[in-house]
Design a protein around this ligand. Structure first.
Ligand SMILES: Nc1nc2c(ncn2[C@@H]2O[C@H](COP(=O)(O)OP(=O)(O)OP(=O)(O)O)[C@@H](O)[C@H]2O)c(=O)[nH]1
Ligand SMILES: [Mg+2]
Length: 228
């Protein structure tokens, strides 16, 4: 009984910080994405490819949540975007207070803020960090049974990127089962099959993202001139 009360208080405090984050993002007109997945599912790889593809259309900043290293942050910094590292010192998720503190350091002079959560398919789902959309990655080597085993995570997903489909030919993985189970758990979530390393499906992901948050840079350029 006591434990439940403590958990409620933690989540209540988290939600207060998440509200502050939402207000800051609104004031700065920044669209924020929370990338969540198991360790190694391909979060950083998808983010790298996405930044490379969209950096001429969006000003992008990145916050990385990692237990102890700045390995992912260094990879993203190489792409020339503003990067802030949060080390959670062992915690298995980002919480809103950590992100609120990181917002004091990261450049909010941007259109897209990409947050990579700690690799974990459970805890990050419980902590609202004030972002606009939840991008959940499931990768083929993890197995086709994960949607119903981790329903909390897939229930909060706006988009599920099924990554590493280049490995489908080597593994026993039923894509239709994943589609079916996602429809049961979260019929509103969009499923996009991708291979971040081979490029398959990535254009579909970019155009989905462009529809979620149209590029302000390209908008100001105006429509493409008609050819005569
Ligand atoms: N075959 C294949 N490998 C991939 C693909 N995407 C990522 N990988 C590989 O998967 C491994 C993990 O990728 P990361 O992007 O570091 O995964 P992550 O989810 O960011 O990992 P953590 O931050 O440690 O949780 C790397 O060796 C990538 O090259 C893919 O589409 N196909
Ligand atoms: Mg990573």
């Amino acid at each position: 009984m006591k434990r439940v009360v403590v958990e409620e208080k933690i989540l209540e405090r988290n939600n207060e910080s998440a509200e502050k984050i939402r207000q800051i993002l609104k004031d700065k007109d920044v669209f924020a994405l929370n990338f969540m997945a198991s360790p190694g599912a391909g979060k950083t790889t998808v983010i790298e490819r996405t930044i490379e593809a969209l950096k001429d259309s969006y000003r992008i900043s990145y916050i990385d949540g990692d237990l102890d290293t700045d390995r992912d942050a260094s990879r993203i910094k190489n792409l020339g975007v503003d990067v802030v590292q949060i080390n959670t010192s062992g915690a298995c998720h980002l919480d809103a207070y950590m992100v609120l503190k990181a917002l004091e350091k990261v450049s909010l002079d941007c259109d897209l803020l990409i947050i990579e959560n700690v690799g974990n398919l459970v805890c990050p789902a419980t902590f609202d960090i004030g972002t606009h959309k939840n991008i959940v990655i499931l990768s083929v080597p993890e197995g086709d049974d994960k949607i119903k085993k981790y329903p909390v995570m897939f229930n909060i997903a706006d988009v599920v990127l099924l990554n590493k489909v280049d490995l489908l030919k080597f593994l026993n993985f039923d894509v239709d089962k994943v589609k079916r189970e996602l429809r049961d758990v979260n019929p509103k979530a969009k499923l996009i099959q991708i291979s971040a390393t081979e490029g398959y499906g990535m254009k579909m992901w970019y155009s989905f993202l462009e529809r979620l948050r149209p590029s302000p840079i390209l908008e100001t350029v105006g429509p493409f001139p008609q050819t005569v």
